[in-house]
Design a protein around this ligand. Structure first.
Ligand code: FES
Length: 577
């Protein structure tokens, strides 16, 4: 259904008027070698590309841009590639999370300030999906998300290796002296074999699945391996489809509804999602004016079985296997009756229509509901006197013996302090000890780093232990595993109760009751609170100051207060220039 005409395209504001400003715009396009018929009266599509030579997950994006452009041209549009902040997970210090909101701001402002009628968002490495989507939601023009796709399975000495998960596993074995340097180097060379995102169900695959389930990608696009020829075809399809979406005026507000956000949460739970999904999903939903809460996610988690047998929550398989087993469409087909299939998607069709014909080809990878990997969803939300505003744990990825646990706290105020202790072979610690790291949240980290999978102390590793209860106000990588309580809110750096915990205090986790408490008398907690002093701010200048002043806590999605949809003036562009 066509709603837009050449005269009503957004880009016509730049190119159509017979005035001096538009003369300048047209002449500058001609400077680039284009004739007026190339760009006037056609949908102008911005291809927002998060490629960089230090973003290994997006190293194929330079070629994929050409596929997108081909698709746009075939559909009668005009594509322009625009570089976007390339927030990569591997190299960014102190943490990529510090820059998710910067990417969101850049995305919104680049779209708003340029003559674009629609955008293709090219991302995939963890923070790029929420960053691009959050910005594009606020910009409000038609958009389609092009996921980078997972890399191929890792391989070394006949063993399949999974991103992140096997790195941690082999690192522990190396620390215990169980593998040689040669084996360690073999793992290093074999664990990342191609372009694409981490190929476990880590944050990247979780977030692209969420975008897919929200209706923002072509159906099932998130599962296609980065180097599969199908990925090139999907890229060209994105180009064709976004051009049609512009004529249809199919804007994100028609797609990202309350029901679409709930669909995304249900699908995330069924995939065994990364704990990071909680933070990003809440932030994305809020940009769209949807008030998704931690309690909503816990309720959806309790009622959704985990059916993707993909590491780290699943035992055996990786994203490449998931694709061959039918991919996300097949998984969604399995849980179709738990989804609102009437939701509109970028195809212009409903979610239900997109799922027609989807099939599972390997029911050990994508399990039937009668044989789930884990009977509940993969995440649980805790509350208690240690985390009044919530904390998150991934029960499916930890030893069930920690579901009910009581033990003495061993508290660290900084990552270096904790790191020195875990390498001390004489550290006094027992398997019941609860290791705690604080000052690692959004403001304290700074930037909410992925430190939450605290390393198991050498002293315990040598005794054969590979898991223990750990608590922090940090996040953890989606490829991590273990009994790790994360995202404790409010964080200790701003005076959350974790700041008041002391080594030796008894901590109790009761997963069934969704409680996390320190067994310390109320009056003692009050006395400690009265004596607590706020630490110095982490930043004295620059972007970090803005981050610290405006970032919200984990339970609110860590967006900046002034970027949320309910801040001050309504979303939209001031049409005054
Ligand atoms: Fe990019 Fe894992 S490092 S997705």
């Amino acid at each position: 259904m066509t709603k837009k005409t050449p005269d009503t395209l957004r880009s016509a504001r730049w190119f159509a008027p017979d005035d001096l400003r538009s003369f300048g715009h047209r002449s500058r396009m001609m400077q680039l070698g284009y004739a007026e018929e190339d760009f006037r009266g056609r949908p102008i599509i911005g291809v927002l590309n998060t490629w960089s030579e230090l973003n290994t997950c997006h190293s194929h994006f330079r070629e994929r841009v050409q596929d997108v452009k081909r698709g746009v041209a075939q559909a009668g549009g005009f594509a322009v590639e625009m570089p976007s902040l390339s927030v990569d997970e591997s190299f960014t210090k102190p943490t990529s999370m510090l820059y998710r909101n910067l990417l969101a701001m850049e995305t919104e402002e680049m779209i708003r300030s340029h003559p674009l009628d629609g955008v293709v968002l090219m991302g995939g490495c963890d923070k790029t999906t929420p960053g691009l989507v959050m910005g594009a939601i606020s910009a409000g023009v038609p958009m389609i998300y092009l996921p980078a796709g997972p890399m191929l399975r890792g391989n070394y000495a006949g063993k399949i290796l999974g991103s992140g998960s096997d790195a941690w596993k082999y690192w522990d074995e190396r620390r215990a002296g169980n593998i040689t340097d040669e084996e360690w180097l073999g793992v290093q060379g074999g664990i990342a074999r191609s372009a694409g995102t981490c190929m476990t169900m880590g944050t990247a695959s979780t977030m692209t699945a969420i975008a897919d389930a929200m209706g923002l990608t072509l159906p099932g696009a998130s599962s296609i391996p980065a180097v599969d020829s199908g990925h090139m075809r999907m890229s060209a399809d994105c180009g064709r489809r976004i051009t049609e979406m512009v004529w249809e005026d199919l804007t994100p507000d028609q797609i990202i509804t309350d029901a679409a956000c709930r669909n995304a949460a249900v699908v995330a739970m069924a995939t065994g999602c990364s704990t990071n999904a909680v933070v990003h999903l809440i932030a994305m939903a809020r940009r769209a004016g949807v008030n998704l809460t931690l309690d909503d996610l816990d309720a959806l988690g309790r009622s959704t079985p985990l059916i993707a047998n993909v590491r780290p929550s699943g035992k055996d398989y990786l994203m490449e296997d998931f694709y061959y087993a039918g991919g996300l469409r097949a998984l969604m087909k399995q849980i179709e009756d738990r989804l609102d299939t009437s939701c509109l998607t970028v195809t212009g069709k409903t979610m239900g229509e997109n799922l027609e014909g989807a099939q599972v080809f390997n029911d050990d990878v994508i399990r039937p509901l009668s044989n789930p990997v884990y009977k509940e969803g993969s995440l649980a939300v805790l509350r208690g006197n240690l985390c009044p505003d919530g904390a998150v744990i991934k029960p499916a990825a930890c030893d069930p013996k920690y579901y009910q646990h009581e033990g003495p706290a061993l508290v660290f105020d900084s990552y270096p302090e904790m790191k020195a202790a875990v390498d001390d072979e004489d550290l006094e610690i027992t398997p019941d000890t609860v290791m705690v790291l604080r000052n690692a949240g959004p403001q304290g980290g700074p930037g909410f780093p992925e430190w939450g999978m605290l390393p198991i102390p050498k002293a315990l590793i040598k005794q054969g232990h590979r898991d223990m209860l750990r608590i922090s106000d940090a996040r953890m990588s989606g490829t991590s595993y273990g009994a790790c309580v994360l995202h404790v809110a409010p964080e200790s750096f701003v005076g959350g109760p974790l700041a008041l915990l002391r080594t030796g205090d008894i901590v109790r986790l009761d997963l069934d009751a969704r409680r996390l408490d320190m067994l310390v008398p109320e009056e003692e907690i009050a006395a400690r609170r009265a004596a607590w002093k706020a630490p110095e701010p982490r930043f004295g200048r620059g972007y970090g100051v803005m981050f610290s002043r405006h970032v919200s806590q984990a339970d609110q999605g860590c967006d900046f207060d002034f970027l949320q949809s309910d801040y001050g003036r309504p979303t939209g562009e001031p049409d005054i220039f």
